[in-house]
Design a binder for this molecule. Structure first.
Ligand SMILES: [Zn+2]
Length: 123
């Protein structure tokens, strides 16, 4: 079980079950919303308990993005046609016990850094 919160603490979350698919997303939407690379893992939607009023933003027709309306922390990503939800690894309190499995949307990454690990990359 992992616990996490936004920067101001208005929103907290807790996972049941084992989070999967730890990844770093380099897409332009995640870059703009997070200010850089967004690190996340996912659980079944039924295994994520959220407390607080999340601001959901529909950045596209296929998914919504959840953030804290007070401090702006970008916490959640949810595709409309999936029953899983991604949560921000950076918002987890304490160690996650997870290991990165992939970099995604690498074709959209910023030009100011190099991905220098051996983790698989997807365009
Ligand atoms: Zn907050």
């Amino acid at each position: 079980m992992l616990k996490g919160s936004c920067l101001c603490g208005d929103i907290t979350f807790q996972t049941d079950g084992a989070p999967q698919g730890a990844s770093m997303c380099h897409c332009s939407q995640c870059r703009k919303q997070s200010g850089g690379i967004w690190s996340s893992a996912y659980v079944a939607e039924t295994d994520l308990t959220i407390s607080g009023d999340v601001l959901w933003y529909e950045a596209s027709q296929s998914a919504k993005r959840g953030s804290c309306p007070r401090c702006g922390s970008y916490l959640f990503w949810k595709a409309h046609d999936e029953d899983i939800i991604s949560f921000a690894l950076g918002a987890v309190d304490g160690p996650t016990g997870l290991e990165l499995t992939k970099h995604i949307f690498v074709r959209n990454k910023g030009d100011y850094y190099t991905i220098a690990d051996d983790v698989p990359q997807r365009d």
